[in-house]
Ligand binder design. Structure first.
Ligand code: HAM
Length: 436
């Protein structure tokens, strides 16, 4: 029988690497708490229409990369429905904001999420079909201050802090403004005109997009089209006075907080909901998939999916890419990582029952110690003592031997591997002994 494997573009994450994933998530949750964000968890699948209307029909994500299926009705009361595994989380968060009428509180909503997303992209290093994002959204009615450029700058400043606390160094913040909906409409017309004489030499996708949504021509990855794309006008010239002022205020606040950035007038991002500020953080250690995170403002997204006016700004970081970046940084610091011994993170003790008759009592002892906060590995009474010692030495700092005599007299033998010392310890003081 053919062996079953994880589906192309998906992968298993195993210990000890998962400890690094947890470390990053813990750092993120710590920073989010400091900035007064609360966690939101939305379903991993949604009505397909949410992404079609929110992210945009003409984007690569919606037109090529979604995992979509027709969900059959199971009862006469149900209707068949087109469902999609979420390719990103912003649309889901805004749907939840509308559904739970969070805007009616009048407060700015500051929400973060950690979870898997799904895109049918061509898999390569740093690009997977199931990948993880840590993201956050700041959204609210205009009266809550949600449109203020200070919010944009604060989110970017928080990102600089987040990356620092995760231990990621050497990133670049690329910044742009894609203007208001009206500015974008103007830019789309400018692009449409500029494309007329050249689009005949471009790929089929670009030819279609030149008509339906010219902005998306800028997402084209076909190498032959790049020299043409480089000659197209940038959005900077289409920005209206309000957008220019908003962007200037974002930049002034970033300068004041000392957050460095590079302006990139071609950064339009591959999702249709963006307005005004857009950004990406890139990292040199990643190769082709060098964006560790991306985001921006989406002032019209709520209305696009049937909600009230609710300007917002947010970002999502690729957790898979953060892990790769940290691993690349670590191997840079140590020229020959393979020769380094793995860092020793040993548990407090290994309990070795001497014979199967004390297995049950060993479980009770393990429970007692674990409930007292000790990290414990439990052996098995069918092991010979030598095998228990070998197994214990690999994972634990100490071994506790539990036989019939030990049980009867309440005195246990404990060996400390680092010193080779063997000590008799009363059961009552075992916890204190193991702690030291
Ligand atoms: P995005 O740029 O599509 O934005 O994705 C954000 C980040 O997710 C990327 O910078 C990258 O690190 C990671 N990522 C994307 N696709 C993959 C993949 N196939 N494999 C591994 N990592 C990937 C969004 O998703 C927006 N929702 C961000 C946002 C939030 N904008 C406003 N609020």
């Amino acid at each position: 029988m053919a062996t079953l494997k994880a589906v192309r573009g998906t992968r298993d994450l195993l210990p000890p690497e998962t400890a690094l994933w947890n470390k990053i998530e813990t750092a993120a949750r710590r920073v989010f708490a400091r900035y007064n964000f609360g966690e939101i968890r939305t379903p991993i699948f949604e009505d397909t229409g949410l992404f079609a209307r929110g992210v945009g029909e003409e984007t690569d994500i919606v037109s090529k990369e979604m995992f979509t299926w027709e969900d059959r009705a199971r009862a006469a009361s149900e209707k068949p429905q087109s469902l999609t595994l979420r390719p990103e989380n912003t649309a889901g968060v805004v749907r939840a904001y509308i559904e739970h009428k969070l805007g009616e509180t009048g407060q700015l909503q500051k929400l973060y999420y950690v979870g898997p997303q799904f895109r049918r992209e061509r898999p390569q290093k740093g690009r997977y079909r199931q990948f993880w994002q840590i993201g956050a959204e700041v959204i609210g009615p205009p009266s809550s201050g949600s449109e203020s450029p200070l919010r944009d700058a604060e989110v970017l400043e928080m990102l600089a802090t987040l990356l620092d606390e995760m231990g990621i160094s050497g990133w670049t913040l690329e910044l742009n403004s894609v203007g208001s909906a009206a500015d974008r409409a103007r830019y789309n017309e400018t692009l449409r005109t500029a494309l007329i004489p050249v689009v005949g030499q471009m790929c089929a996708d670009c030819q279609r997009r030149a008509v339906t949504n010219p902005l998306r021509v800028l997402d084209c990855k076909v190498p032959e089209d790049q020299p043409i794309i480089a000659t197209l006008p940038t959005i900077a010239d289409s920005l209206g006075e309000d957008s220019k002022q908003h962007f200037a205020a974002v930049r002034a606040a970033l300068d004041s907080a000392g957050v460095a950035y590079t302006l990139n007038p071609r950064l339009v991002r591959g999702l249709d909901y963006y307005t005004r500020t857009t950004f990406e953080f890139t990292h040199g250690g990643l190769g082709a998939q060098n964006a560790i995170l991306g985001g921006g403002r989406y002032d019209g997204l709520s209305e696009a999916i049937g909600g009230p006016k609710a300007p917002g700004i947010g970002f999502a970081m690729g957790l898979d890419r953060l892990v790769l970046t940290l691993q690349a940084q670590e191997s840079d610091q140590n020229a020959k990582p393979a020769e380094r011994p793995a860092p020793e993170v040993k548990i407090d003790a290994y309990i070795a029952p001497l014979g199967e008759s004390v297995n049950a009592a060993a479980l009770a002892l393990a429970r007692e110690l674990r409930r007292a906060g000790m990290s414990i590995e439990l052996g098995d009474g069918s092991f010979r003592l030598k095998k228990s010692f070998e197994a214990a030495d690999k994972v634990a700092r100490k071994i506790v031997i539990l036989g019939e005599d030990e049980l009867a007299y309440g005195i246990l033998t404990v060996k400390t591997f680092s010193t080779g010392e063997q000590t008799k310890v009363e059961r009552g003081s075992l916890c204190d002994f193991l702690k030291n």
